[in-house]
Design a protein around this ligand. Sequence first.
Ligand SMILES: [Zn+2]
Length: 160
Amino acid sequence: MQCPYCSGDSSVTETRVTADGLRRRRGCTVCKRRFTTYEKLGAPSLKVTKRDGSVETFDGDKLFRALQRVAAHRDVGDDVLLRIARDIEAKLVDDARKSVAWSDIVQLALARLGNVDAVAERRLAANYADDAGALRLDNAAPPAVSPQLGLPLPLPDDDA
Ligand SMILES: [Zn+2]
C-alpha cells in the first residue's frame, strides 16, 4: 500500500482483528511515517483442514473456547486467551493463507500458551497427541476438576 504522505512503499507492522474487520498499522519505508488502515473482513475465506480431510471455516470464537477448556481452573484470564485467539487469527490473515491445518493452529496456540501457562500448554498438547485423527478442539472434555485444596477436611467423628 502506498504511503499517503509520500507515496512510498509501506510495510505492515501490526494487524489487529476487530469486530469490524482488520486494523493494520503500517510504516512507510521511505519517509518512516506511520499510518493506520482499516479493512472490512469479507466473507469468511480462511478454511481449516482437519486431519480427517474435512474442511470448515475458521472460527476464532471456537478457538477461544478451546483455549478456555485447556486453561480451565488455571489462573489465566479470558482476556489473555482472547488475545491469543485473536493474535493467531491475525497471523493467519497476515499470512494470506487460504487454508490452514488444525495442526498448524495448534502449533501457534502452543507457542503462545506456553508463555502464559505451562499446564494449559501441556493439556492442549495432550489433547492433540491423544487423538489419532482430528484434533479434538471440538469436543475435548473439560479437564477433571482438581481436588479442592484449602478446604478443611471433615474431622473424624469420634463419638459415632
Ligand atoms: Zn512516506
